[in-house]
Design a protein around this ligand. Sequence first.
Ligand SMILES: NC(=O)c1ccc[n+]([C@@H]2O[C@H](COP(=O)([O-])OP(=O)(O)OC[C@H]3O[C@@H](n4cnc5c(N)ncnc54)[C@H](O)[C@@H]3O)[C@@H](O)[C@H]2O)c1
Length: 386
Amino acid sequence: MTAPDITGIAIVGCGYVADSYRHCLEHHRARLRLTGAYDRDPQRLTAFQACWGDTVYRSLDELLDDRACTIVVNLTTPESHKAVTAAAIAAGKHVYSEKPLAMTVREAVELRTKAQQAGVRLAAAPCNVLGESAQTAWAALRAGRIGRAVLAYAELDDGMIHRTNYRDWKSRSGQPWPARGEFATGCTFEHAGYAITVLAAMFGPVRTVTAFSALLIADKATAPPLADPAPDFSVGALAFDGGVVARLTNSVVAPYDHRLRLIGEAGTLDIAEPWDYGSAVVLRRPAQGRLERFIERRWGQSRGRRLPLVRPVPFRRGWREPTMDFMRGVAELAAAVREGRRCRLDEDFAVHVTEVTEILQYPERFDRPAAVTSTFAPIEPMEWAR
Ligand SMILES: NC(=O)c1ccc[n+]([C@@H]2O[C@H](COP(=O)([O-])OP(=O)(O)OC[C@H]3O[C@@H](n4cnc5c(N)ncnc54)[C@H](O)[C@@H]3O)[C@@H](O)[C@H]2O)c1
C-alpha cells in the first residue's frame, strides 16, 4: 500500500526514454513510487525488468486495474499516445504523457475533454520549463534585468542525425534510439515543445503562428527507406498575447544549436541548452560605443555575465547521465493532485503546445497566419524561484 504522501506511478512503454525516466525516479524517491511497468513488446519489458528489477505488468489492463497506481506515465511511441492515454483516463487514472500529447490538436482536445469528463488530470512533457536554468531566466526577466521583453529567438537544430552513429545509441536497458520513429514523427513534433513551453510560460498564450516547413533530405539512410518522412525543417514566427514575438527554428539538418535568446529593450538573456537544467544563463547588455560595437562584432558571444542559478541543480548531470530531470513533470502532476492545485503543465497548456507545434510542422493544414484557438491561464514559477 502506498503512503498518502507518496504517489504510485506506472510506466507504459519501456523504450529508449523509459530508462531516462527510471534513472530520474531516484531524484523523487520521497514522493513517487513505481508500481510497475508495461510494454506491448515482451522483450523490451523483460530487458527493462532485468535492468531495473521492477515489477512488470502482463497487460495494459492489469496495469490499469492496479489501485496502487494513481498516475500513468505514457512513454509509448507518439502514434500510441492517444490510445494509451484514453485507456488510462477511462480507467480513472491521471496521465502524464510524453510529448506530443497527440499528433493533432483535434485529438489533444478530445483527450482533454475525456479527462475533464472523467475528473482526472492530464499533463504532458516536456518539463524543462520547471528546470533551474529556465526558472533562472524567467526570474531575471520578471526582475526587469533586460527591461521590456520584445523578441525571442529559439534554435532547435539538432545536426544531421542521420549522418551520426545513432545506430550505436542504446539506452541503459539496451533499447536502440528509435530513428525511424523520430524521422517519421518529425523533429518539430519531437522538439518544438522544449522552446514553446518555456516561452509560453513567460509570455502567455501564442495568438498567431506564421510558419514554413520542408523536407530537405528525404533519404535518411534508413533500411528500408521511410514511407512518409516528416518535414526535417520548420521555422515559425509566434506572436504572443502580450506582444512579444518569437522566431522558432527546428531541424535535423543544420548544425547543433539549441540557444534560446530572450531579447529586451535593455539586454538579452541566453540559455545555451534547454535540455540541460544547469545550462548557463547569460545576461548581455547591448553594445553602445564604437569600440563596444567592434568587440561585439568580433567576440559577441564571449561577452556577458553568467547569472547564478536560482538554486543549484539537485542531481548529478554528466555525459552518461541525463542532463534533464525527466520525472520532474510527473512529480509536479503528483504534487498538484495531492495538494488539490492546478498542475503547471496541465491539459490546457499541453493542448496549446500541441496546437502551436502542429501549425509549425504542418502549416498547410491551417490559415496563414494561423490563429491559435487554444489558451491557458497564467502559470506560476516554481516556489523556489519566486
Ligand atoms: N528518444 C528520446 O531521446 C526521447 C527523449 C525525450 C522524449 N521522447 C519521447 O518519448 C516517447 C517514447 O520515445 P522512445 O524514444 O522511448 O521510443 P521507443 O520507440 O524507444 O519506445 C517506445 C516504446 O513504447 C512501446 N509501445 C508503443 N505502443 C505501445 C502500446 N500501445 N502499449 C504498450 N507499449 C507500447 C514500444 O514497444 C516501445 O518499447 C516519445 O513520445 C518521444 O517523443 C524521446
